[in-house]
Design a protein around this ligand. Structure first.
Ligand code: NAD
Length: 260
């Protein structure tokens, strides 16, 4: 359904972003993948997407804390593919700490990557979308864009921020054939979740099993993790014509977490 479309997916060398990039490519979109990691592994993913799905894929190493590099990533997509029709702002990091010990540079980094990077990518991509009269902007927010958990002050602030940015932008571009939405997953088993387990153990004085069952899955009434492929399927749907009247929304995929 996305043949002749091109997408930029930030933070797509791992986890949810990689699944979204692959799912868009499977539907025929050319993709700019972005993110950090081992150069060989990234090249393998990139080449794999081209081979498996018969599309073009390129990697942008843009650092989501650097506005100039973010703009260059969008221009790279436009230069290489002729357009950036789909922008998925997905890059994100987490840090878990009581607020009084929260490192100031971690706060700044999380606000930059999880929130400001979306603003910079959006302002670079919107003129092209407007000129073509079609666009899809999808922000990976989080259940933490709707509710909070202790010890995640920067993350929860950034995710609430991206939910607000989503609504604002949806109104600004509503008459231009561009939709803007966020997807708010609950806990998805990815490196981001795995990496926060030791700090959560420390912050709450729990074992690994207790963190998984009593903190993470405790939040989700289904008692199951969301999968990256489920999030990617929703992103693909948001790019379809059937979703052209869905805009300005925050769609939870959280096993019932935010219903409580
Ligand atoms: P992940 O750690 O698997 O992937 C994060 C990606 O972002 C990687 O590709 C990494 O290289 C990239 N990245 C990190 N810092 C970057 C930077 N400065 N510049 C460019 N790229 C950078 O994490 P994930 O779980 O797939 O998370 C993806 C998004 O989903 C994040 O925004 C996260 O907040 C959100 N999310 C995750 C969960 C979850 O449970 N895993 C739940 C809700 C929301």
């Amino acid at each position: 359904i996305l043949r002749s479309r091109s997408a930029v997916v930030t933070g797509s060398t791992s986890g949810i972003g990689l699944a979204i990039a692959r799912a868009l490519a499977k539907e025929g979109a050319n993709v700019v993948i972005n993110g950090f990691g081992d150069a060989g592994a990234i090249e393998k993913e990139r080449a794999g997407i081209e081979r498996e799905f018969g599309v073009k894929a390129i990697h942008s190493p843009a650092d989501m804390t650097k506005p100039r590099e973010i703009e260059e990533m969008v221009r790279l997509g436009e230069r290489t593919f002729g357009s950036v029709d789909i922008l998925v702002n997905n890059a994100g990091i987490q840090f878990v700490s009581p607020v009084e010990d929260f490192p100031v540079e971690k706060w700044d980094q999380i606000i930059a990557i999880n929130l400001s990077s979306a603003f910079h990518a959006i302002r670079a991509a919107v003129p092209g979308m407007k000129a073509r009269g079609w666009g899809r902007i999808i922000n990976t927010a989080s259940a933490h864009s709707l509710v909070a958990s202790p010890f995640k002050s920067a993350y929860v602030a950034a995710k609430h921020g991206i939910a607000g940015l989503t609504k604002t932008l949806a109104l600004e571009v509503a008459t231009h054939g561009i939709t803007v939405n966020c997807i708010s997953p609950g806990y998805v088993w990815t490196p981001l979740v795995e990496k926060q387990i030791p700090d959560t153990m420390k912050a709450r004085g729990l074992t690994k099993e207790q963190v998984i069952n009593d903190v993470l899955l405790e939040a989700q009434p289904t008692k199951q993790f969301v999968t990256v492929d489920q999030v990617a399927a929703l992103a693909v749907f948001l790019c379809s014509d059937a979703a052209s009247q869905i805009t300005g929304t925050n769609l939870p995929m959280d096993g019932g977490w935010t219903a409580e």
